[in-house]
Design a protein around this ligand. Structure first.
Ligand code: FA5
Length: 338
């Protein structure tokens, strides 16, 4: 028994992990362990010898168990000390390095536009990126098989839902949530399965706006668009309004901005036209208002779908829209102090 005890103590001091010690527990105290095996000798002993022998084995068992537990505690403590030692290599009191992150230019412009509209009484709403066909099309007066659906190449999901192709997909839900009168903007990421070029991305941001009240007319729409653009650019920019067709507005307009990259002369960023489609808009179609639960005898409203990513291009002179999705920290870090 003495030999067995010394061997165990020896092996315990050599064990360097908790797992190794647990393995020793099994080999000494387990069902077929060395110490457990000692009990088998009892049957060969006489009455008094049996008693003394049994007591000694029990003492050995208890002692072995204590030594094993003690060694486990020791090893756990050592492990924690090692962890503390390792973490102490980092001096948390040192000033933060120069590699600080910065906001994406889209976030910067989005926040600016949000502030402009918030100051005019608009609430800022958040909306899902995955929506259903009803929200994206049907509720917007674009029934199934309507040719207007060809305007947007849609990413459909296996479950029948889709990635929203425009922020207009939130119009119905916002009308149902607030009723009239209503002033809301809702920025969001949109997805279209289209080939990309200097002014087209398959993932881009829009910011939708809606104003519904009594006596809302096109002049209200033009006023809000003018204020927004002059606040964002802090200088006069050339814009033009021309008729545009969207089934969810009547009348509908295209609001184009003179390309700030080429000064209107024509370049790849504006497809050589000198103008960039920026913010289609119009008076909300009565069918859309009705579908949103709005009383069309009392209320009218306007809506716009600002191309936020394109606005960022024009604002900062980014020649290729794809640079904004590139994830290049070098390119994006130029905007951090704006
Ligand atoms: C729409 O998405 C309408 N829902 C806008 C609208 C809202 C009209 C409310 C009337 C009332 P359109 O597909 O033209 O319309 O997109 C709106 C703007 O998003 C465009 O003028 C453009 O600035 C931007 N945009 C559209 N497609 C892309 C693209 N692939 N990459 C970058 N920007 C885009």
């Amino acid at each position: 028994m003495e030999q067995l005890k010394n061997r165990l103590l020896d092996e315990l001091s050599n064990a360097s992990t908790v797992d190794e010690v647990e393995a020793l527990r099994v080999s000494y105290l387990g069902k077929k362990g060395f110490i457990t095996d000692l009990m088998k000798n009892l049957k060969d002993l006489s009455g008094e010898e049996k008693k003394t022998y049994g007591q000694k084995v029990n003492v050995l068992k208890t002692e072995a168990d204590q030594k094993i537990t003690q060694r486990i505690e020791e090893l756990k403590k050592l492990r924690i000390e090692k962890m503390i030692e390792d973490t102490e290599q980092y001096d948390v009191t040192l000033p933060v390095g120069l590699d600080q992150g910065s906001y994406h230019p889209i976030t910067l412009v989005q926040r600016e536009v949000e502030e402009i509209f918030a100051s005019m009484g608009f609430t800022v709403e958040d909306y899902d990126e995955v929506v259903d066909d009803y929200r994206c099309f049907e509720a917007l007066n674009i029934p199934k098989h309507h040719p207007a659906r060809d305007m947007q190449d849609t990413y459909y999901l296996d479950n029948g839902q889709l990635l929203k192709t425009h922020t207009s997909a939130a119009q119905n839900a916002i009308m149902k949530k607030y009723g009239a009168p209503l002033r809301a903007i809702f920025p969001g990421r949109c997805f279209r399965n289209e080939s990309t070029d200097a002014c087209h991305e398959n993932t881009f941001f829009q910011m939708e706006g809606m104003m519904i009240d009594e006596n809302i007319s096109i002049s209200n729409l033009i006023y809000f668009m003018k204020v927004m653009l002059s606040e964002v650019f802090k200088q006069d920019v050339n814009v033009r309004l021309r008729p545009g067709f969207f089934p969810f507005v009547e009348p509908g307009f295209e609001l184009d901005i003179s390309c700030t990259i080429c000064g209107g002369k024509g370049c790849p960023s504006c497809k050589n036209s000198g103008w960039l489609e920026l913010c289609p808009c119009g008076m909300i179609h009565p069918n859309v208002l009705k579908e949103g639960g709005i009383d069309t005898d009392k209320y009218t409203g306007f809506a716009f779908g600002l191309g936020l990513t394109r606005l960022v291009m024009m604002r900062y002179g980014v020649k290729d829209i794809r640079d904004l999705n590139s994830g290049s920290l070098k390119a994006l870090s130029q905007f951090e102090n704006e």
